[in-house]
Design a protein around this ligand. Structure first.
Ligand SMILES: [Ca+2]
Ligand SMILES: [Ca+2]
Ligand SMILES: [Ca+2]
Length: 303
């Protein structure tokens, strides 16, 4: 803030109280009158000592009481600057540290809000080849065992430097058939499957982290043959192995939030939906009819 120019002659002929009133009107700065130039100049009250000069109006005279600067459009600490160097931390969509925003004109800049992306298609084409037995971590065929798997994956795209805030996955394929078992994952989190393998998996928060090595060679008959839905689903459907049936999945908002937090912990930059098919010893194993998912996401800039 700068004072307007005033001539010394004009001020010099007026009672001193007028000078003080003028200082009050300008807030919390000291003003000295230059007899030569006739121009007021501003002095930083934090680094100068009030002069005893009759023409000097002191800080004490003005009644400006230095307090901590707050974001209110006023100069609270009496240094001549309004709302200077005030920053506020935002929380991101997953509850972690977000961007830092500055106070401008008495209010903080708004924190970023999640933005929408166009829906993304995640295609998992029909597989017709049999399992790759005995290679890439697969075991040799054994009747009833989880011996081999075939993996497919689709990446969910978000702009570089951003954070996935919410994810809704919906199956646009209404009917699916597969053999033997089907698992759907997000960043390795077991989302949906045709059998309860989760007792063999590592818990991660409210979810389970899928790893083939944790289940390879396990006798399928020791597992509960029911559809598994990760915590927080609002809808979740899958038929039994070798049976045509409905596929659907959607998370509740709170379930979605928990899932995003867990998925981001496991991979801070990529979001990958995986589809795994297993087989024991048949030529028709590791196969599924085509599955098409639609992913709707919101994202936010990282700090
Ligand atoms: Ca200030
Ligand atoms: Ca202020
Ligand atoms: Ca089989």
């Amino acid at each position: 803030m700068h004072a307007t120019q005033t001539t010394a002659d004009t001020l010099g002929n007026r009672p001193r109280c007028v000078v003080i009133l003028a200082v009050l009107a300008f807030g919390c700065q000291e003003y000295t009158i230059s007899a030569k130039s006739g121009v007021e100049s501003t002095i930083d009250t934090a680094t100068t000592t009030p002069a005893a000069d009759q023409e000097t109006a002191t800080l004490e005279d003005t009644g400006c009481r230095a307090e901590d600067e707050v974001c209110d459009g006023r100069d609270n600490d009496c240094d001549g600057e309004i709302d200077e160097n005030l920053w506020q931390a935002c929380t991101n969509c997953l509850g972690g540290p977000g961007k830092t925003v500055q106070c401008l004109d008495g209010v903080y800049e708004p924190c970023p809000v999640p933005m929408d992306l166009d829906p993304q298609i995640l295609d998992f084409p029909e597989t017709v080849d049999e399992c790759l037995w005995g290679t890439l971590g697969n075991l040799t065929p054994v009747d009833g065992g989880l011996q081999a798997r075939r993996d497919q994956s689709q990446r969910i795209w978000v702009p570089d430097g951003t954070l996935l805030c919410s994810l809704e996955i919906e199956s646009t394929t209404k009917v699916i058939q597969f053999d033997d078992h089907l698992f759907l994952t997000l960043n390795g989190i077991y989302l949906l499957g045709s059998v309860h393998i989760q007792p063999l998996l590592t818990p991660i928060e409210e979810f389970y982290q899928y790893r083939w090595t944790d289940i390879a060679g396990v006798n399928n008959n020791t597992l509960v043959q029911e559809v598994f839905c990760a915590s927080g689903y609002s809808t979740c459907e899958l038929p039994q192995s070798q049976t045509k049936g409905t596929v659907s999945l959607a998370f509740s908002p709170s379930g979605n939030q928990a899932l995003m937090e867990a998925a981001t912990d496991l991979s801070s930059s990529d979001y990958v939906v995986g589809l795994t098919m297993t087989g024991d010893n048949d030529r028709s194993d590791c196969q599924h009819s085509g599955l098409r998912l639609e992913a709707r996401v919101t994202y936010e800039e990282r700090d």
